[in-house]
Design a protein around this ligand. Sequence first.
Ligand code: NAP
Ligand code: ZN
Ligand code: ZN
Length: 361
Amino acid sequence: MAPTTAANVGLAARDASGHLSPLTIARRNTGDNDVAIKIMFCGICHSDLHSIKNEWQNAIYPIIPGHEIAGVVTEVGKNVTKFKAGDKVGVGCMVNSCQSCENCNQGFENNCPGIIFTYNSVDRDGTVTYGGYSSMVVVHERFVVRFPEAMPLDKGAPLLCAGITVYSPMKYHGLNVPGMHVGVLGLGGLGHVAVKFGKAFGMKVTVISSSPGKKQEAIERLGADAFVLSKNAKEMQAALGTMDGIINTVSANIPVAPLLGLLKPNGKMILVGLPEKPIEIPPFALVSRNKTLAGSCIGGMADTQEMIDMAAKHGVTADIEVIGADYVNAAMERLAKADVRYRFVIDIGNTLGDCAAAASE
Ligand code: NAP
Ligand code: ZN
Ligand code: ZN
């Protein structure tokens, strides 16, 4: 095991209150296959909120969340070939896997039984992983993504989770075919990126949302073709049986049956949202007209690189609200109320040091 000496500070939750405050931690020294990264920006994913509040009952406190990491390489190990100091890079939801099973060999590290998540996971050396609400991170090069030149670090950071999580199911469930009709359920961090990828793939995109206030910007700013207010029975009725697929990004427990009704025969709903409690499916809602309900967990590393390269080519970035590290608890409260357009991104590089210094005074 490599010695752990590099000093580092992060924002940690100590209990299920989820309150985040500075914590000094150690990162391992840069190993032969590792890339050391100075973190500049980190997106706030709703999974961070679920995790710090222990909504999935798997918290290992203290938790330093953050898996939408964008930064600059400061050092590489001697076997590293893909990166050098000064490169703009990203890290998403995984920092390790067994790297030798069938899944890993096929590029689906996300399906590896030995997957190590970027935070709240026990790494192969026995240490608990800490995420990107921190000053630096050391990651095996396999799990580092190159930022295309045209991709800004702040608006690109959310693609490392939100981007790949919607891109991968679109690709593998055939929802990337020009002219097809895809519904994006829930217009948050994941949802708004799904709209942009849907349009980049040449699809017809309809947003299905519980927030009437998002209609105008969904169409005018994000480029959606249509908007269905899920609480409006008339609008739901008009959209019945019209969609080839729905990407379900909703973070809360909502009735799924009426939404399955929006699918065409043989249509697919791909679940990526991870609400706290089980989802109820009345059998007839799925069986009638041959519907499919599938799940999808982030995506593999090759697909993550492919996704960010395509995003750069098509000008797909996240719509963000950049915040200082001292605003993170307020941001979490707003995220819980879906009050963000559409992703908070922490300016780690410019604000984390001051936030930690102020807390230690
Ligand atoms: P987010 O920014 O909070 O967006 C979630 C959206 O869901 C909200 O903007 C809202 O959209 C809708 N929503 C929330 N509460 C609702 C309610 N009570 N009723 C109806 N709609 C509601 O979250 P996110 O970061 O996009 O993440 C979404 C979910 O995906 C989370 O559960 C997260 O843990 C999960 N996730 C999964 C993966 C994966 O690999 N599968 C990866 C990342 C995240 P409207 O206002 O438009 O209704
Ligand atoms: Zn995430
Ligand atoms: Zn594996």
